[in-house]
Design a protein around this ligand. Structure first.
Ligand code: FCB
Length: 435
């Protein structure tokens, strides 16, 4: 690696991340069905037709996985708690076995000196709640508050930090407008409602965490670098519209209590009645914000329906997912987020990584991570209060609509034997973090 631990402040936190459905094996331990299971069962939705029934079998191999985290020298582990594992129907009865699992996991981290960074929701809505409309139903805020309360009471005293939701844009836009993720809708009204309700659920969840004395509460949002494809006014407009939907909507809601005009142009008529009354709830103060970053895109305007924009390739190198590699946009985004919204609040890179060649000698990943960590360091040198950097992902896992076909892991997983083998990137990070 071209960086080492001593290049960073002493309390800077290097971590790695996973999420529950992607690694645990959802068929184990009495977990209830999720909307992802419903979605994955539909023909053509998942590239290789798979689901997370077994995944990495982390539910049974968690000790070995925590040892891998410790042996690499990571300070923190960002994991998530599956709602349907803890509350199989989404409300009411608690599956004690599921809750016990997360308690063992958190205690296992603490015993190894690893800071537990929890995320309450990383995309597995209990199927019973999805049947009631899921993120489209305004009651989702109360349902999520009930789940939050269960987790807060059992684990809240031992968590280093707690995020309510992972990537509100994916929960709402990607899943209800583009239809690429569960529940797989392409419906503008459903999108508008989901975008607002995900923030309302976040706000209620923050309140419940506070009532339970949980400290260091934040949210994890995803960001993409955006640029106009050319010098035209039209392309500038298209890029601005996309940026408003992707990068601004959620932070502006939380930090300013308003939504960007560019988004209201399209979604305004479809937002739930009385949405403005929820903005005070959405504006709960936070202790930190998590930034997930993978790529940047160029845009031009189209004649099609709102948001009337499409991506244009810039010619930059791409990852195995075909995502363009633009580390410089991470520097720009971190500065912009801090200047515009979060000011002195600590930011954490909560996900960054790449899908690469299926090999143990993953030099492509080493170079991607190098570029992005140095880009984050540049933002810090320019004054951004960045508290840590989290690599996605500890190990190859269930990459949502790509099934097991795309591998983001620092550790290779053989999905036949479930054997774990550290890749060159894992060893390189271990060296960098020991210096
Ligand atoms: C992020 C998700 C994470 C993983 C990476 C590649 O959007 O939060 O679960 O799929 O992308």
């Amino acid at each position: 690696m071209k960086f080492k631990r001593s290049d960073f402040p002493q309390d800077f936190i290097f971590g790695t991340a996973t999420s529950s459905y992607q690694i645990e094996g959802h068929s184990f331990g009495g977990a209830g069905p999720t909307h992802w299971d419903t979605f994955a069962a539909k023909p053509g939705k998942i590239l290789d037709g798979t689901d997370g029934a077994i995944a990495c079998d982390h539910y049974n191999r968690w000790q070995e996985d925590l040892d891998l985290i410790k042996d690499a020298g990571f300070d923190s582990y960002r994991f998530s708690t599956s709602w349907a594992r803890v509350m199989p129907e989404g409300r009411g009865a608690v599956n004690q076995e599921g809750l016990d699992f997360y308690e063992r996991l958190v205690d296992g981290m603490l015993a190894r000196g690893i800071k537990p960074m929890a995320t309450l929701y990383h995309w597995e809505m209990p199927a019973a709640l999805d049947a009631l409309g899921g993120w489209q139903n305004a009651d989702v805020a109360d349902w999520f508050a009930e789940f939050t309360d269960v987790i807060a009471k059992r684990l809240g005293d031992r968590l280093f930090s707690t995020a309510t939701i992972n990537e509100p844009w994916c929960v709402s836009w990607l899943s209800h407008f583009e239809g690429h993720h569960a529940p797989g809708l392409q419906d503008i009204k459903a999108t508008a409602r989901a975008m607002h309700h995900v923030l309302k659920a976040h706000g209620k969840s923050v309140q419940v965490l506070r009532q339970n004395g949980v400290k260091d509460v934040g949210i994890v949002c995803n960001f993409e670098g955006t640029m106009p494809a050319d010098d035209s006014v039209e392309s500038a407009r298209a890029a601005a519209r996309y940026e408003a939907i992707y990068n601004r909507f959620f932070l502006q809601g939380i930090f300013e209590g308003t939504y960007p005009e560019e988004v209201l142009e399209g979604l305004g008529p479809h937002l739930p009645a009385g949405w403005k009354d929820d903005m005070a709830l959405i504006q709960q103060p936070l202790e930190w914000v998590g930034v997930n970053y993978y790529t940047a895109k160029a845009f031009r305007e189209t004649d099609g329906p709102w948001p009337s924009c499409e991506t244009v390739r810039t010619g930059a190198d791409t990852t195995h997912m075909n995502w363009e590699i633009h580390p410089d946009h991470l520097t720009k985004l971190l500065k912009w987020i801090a200047d515009t919204y979060t000011k002195d609040l600590p930011l954490y890179v909560t996900e960054n990584g790449m899908a690469g060649e299926h090999t143990l000698n993953d030099q492509d990943r080493v170079s991607y991570l190098n570029g992005h960590v140095l880009a984050a360091k540049s933002a810090m040198d320019a004054g951004v209060p960045l508290g840590g950097y989290t690599f996605w992902s500890l190990m190859d896992n269930y990459e949502w609509a790509f099934g097991y076909a795309e591998r983001f892991g620092l550790v290779h997983v053989d999905f036949d034997t479930l054997e774990r083998t550290p890749k060159v990137s894992y060893l390189a990070l271990r060296d960098a973090m020991s210096q």
